[in-house]
Design a protein around this ligand. Structure first.
Ligand code: SF4
Ligand code: SF4
Length: 159
């Protein structure tokens, strides 16, 4: 049997960036992609593809970065079969919602992240964008009245 080279393995990646995007577990064991939150080393290019800016030394510079096996086990790959490392239709990976469906869940998602503070893998820019988004939602939907943390206060601390 011929050995599979690292280059052969890496050629299976389509640079979609999904495995480097933040997600939140769903009740049925999948992972919901969190819009706008990703590893701070993920570069999003103008053609829609992505690139890791620390790939050669990623396990040193980004301790949260997962090996292929760990990423597979943690459902970090997309569930729609578009990742070259997933062949089983049973795989419970990451799912993305339509904008309208996502908006329904967004307050709970933002609340969950904000309560835990800025993750180490999240850039300041993405975190501020998340806080601004939460602030916008809280203004339009009175989320604070429903138990959300006061994101305006958090934003002031960060700015
Ligand atoms: S999800 Fe799969 S195809 Fe997309 S970047 Fe990750 S390894 Fe590559
Ligand atoms: S360090 Fe890991 S998680 Fe971050 S962009 Fe690179 S491959 Fe993705």
């Amino acid at each position: 049997m011929n050995a599979v080279s690292i280059q052969d393995l890496e050629a299976l990646c389509k640079q979609c960036g999904t495995c480097c995007q933040a997600s939140i577990p769903t009740e049925d064991g999948r992972q919901l992609v969190v819009k706008g939150l990703k590893c701070k080393y993920l570069l999003e290019k103008s053609d829609g593809s992505t690139e890791c800016t620390t790939y050669a030394t990623r396990f040193q510079t980004a301790p949260w970065c997962m090996s292929l096996v760990k990423a597979f086990e943690n459902q970090a790959f997309p569930a729609d079969g578009t990742c070259g490392y997933v062949s089983s239709p049973e795989y419970k990976g990451k799912i993305s919602l339509s904008d309208s469906d996502y908006e329904q869940l967004e307050p709970r998602i933002l609340k969950s992240f904000i309560e835990n503070g800025q993750p180490v893998w999240c850039s300041d820019q993405d975190w501020l964008s998340l806080l601004r988004r939460a602030e916008t939602i809280s203004l339009s939907k009175s989320l604070n009245e429903n138990g959300l943390v006061d994101v305006t206060t958090l934003f002031d601390k960060k700015a």
